[in-house]
Design a protein around this ligand. Sequence first.
Ligand code: AMP
Length: 462
Amino acid sequence: MSFEQLGLLPELLEAIRTQGYESPTPIQSKAIPVVLTGEDVLAGAQTGTGKTAAFVLPMLQILNKRRRTSKNPRALVLTPTRELAAQIEDSVRTYGRHLRLYSTVVFGGVGINPQIAKLRKGVDLLVATPGRLLDHVGQRTVDLSEIEILVLDEADRMLDMGFIHDIRKVLRLLPEDRQNLLFSATYSNEIKKLADGLLNNPRVIEVAARNTAAETVAQAIYRVPRSRKRTALSHLIKEGDWHQVLVFTRTKHGANRLARQLTTDGINAAAIHGNKSQSARTRALGDFKSNAIQVLVATDVAARGIDVDQLPRVVNFDLPEVPETYVHRIGRTGRAGTEGKAVSLVSDNERRLLRAIERLLGRSIEVASITGVDLSPKESDLEPPPPPGSHRRSQGNRHGQRRRKNASNDNRPRRQGSNNSSNNSNNSNNSNNSNNSNSNNSNRSSSAGSQKKRSRGPQHSR
Ligand code: AMP
């Protein structure tokens, strides 16, 4: 299968050639023709499979069919994190370089005014994280009433991060008749519920069996006492001369500490997480991509948007509490068909987590051994580990509640069912919400891809 056979415009084919892509990835071969028909899509695709181009290319082609008649966006991509949002918009620019379409990206953690200025100029395609998008809606600096295509990218991750309420608010602001694309690496009951309410007779596209890790990733575990993990990691990195290593820790505090310790061990490391300023994160990511730093230690949330071509190695310093997160993590390597390696340092107290991951994968992970370094348990390893709650507490909000201040800080994990009253009250002066409170997405017209009606979207005076 070639890109030419997918029915893409010459301008898009030219941009693809410049990127050096020789042939479509499986998700691209399957999704592009379907998205071009205007149908709703439910796609099970892991990160690294080329899924961004799978929705961006056909969206650009559809948007290019006619010119914008107002300054309002016609396509909206919702993503869980700032980094991913920035990356997707970058892809939109890259693939759309020969078309006269405009895009912009909005996410929290940076000033809102430059985003407002760009929105004012008019855009065809908007990429956004949910919290900041709602901030713009509240300030009436964006009007979503002309959205023809909606993409929920990494929908499972958005739900994990507690964005369901924000997503539902955004959905109420959109016209009923639109095309919906939902991408998710894993398929939980929550995703099914969201898909059932959102998608209209969707075409289901699957490129790998659900909940299985990318086949090109070689996985191994090292059994290491908790107190020796850092020694083991330093040893593995030095002995194996590992570069561009992405290391996952469960907490921000853990990420900071490990980056400091690795630096003490003579390894060039930096930490990236939600408490870092956007500029510090961008700098760390840039240094990592250019190989100026050898190891990037990240929390799950911060690592979500990292796209480094052919990232060779991912390390789970801590196993994740949620087994699906393991699949996401190792998806950072072995991207778009390249070889990748994922290793996990597993201590005795993490056996339960390992069993859950292996159950999800449907197989056990190979156990490898480390030689040449003392990894005997210390006395502290016999003590019970700190309860999971104490990790989470150190990740930020001590009260387990979402503060409104964080609504624009999109990378913070949010708890579903947490107290959202402050959030609601913040939006209570937003006439869009009240105008559309009766809007129900399940009532949408079934003619996806047909002539768009502008019946229920908010009409702002700009
Ligand atoms: P994604 O899954 O969208 O994050 O894409 C992962 C990586 O694959 C990105 O670095 C893309 O530039 C790259 N990529 C996307 N499509 C192709 C293709 N057809 N051939 C080679 N690389 C690709």
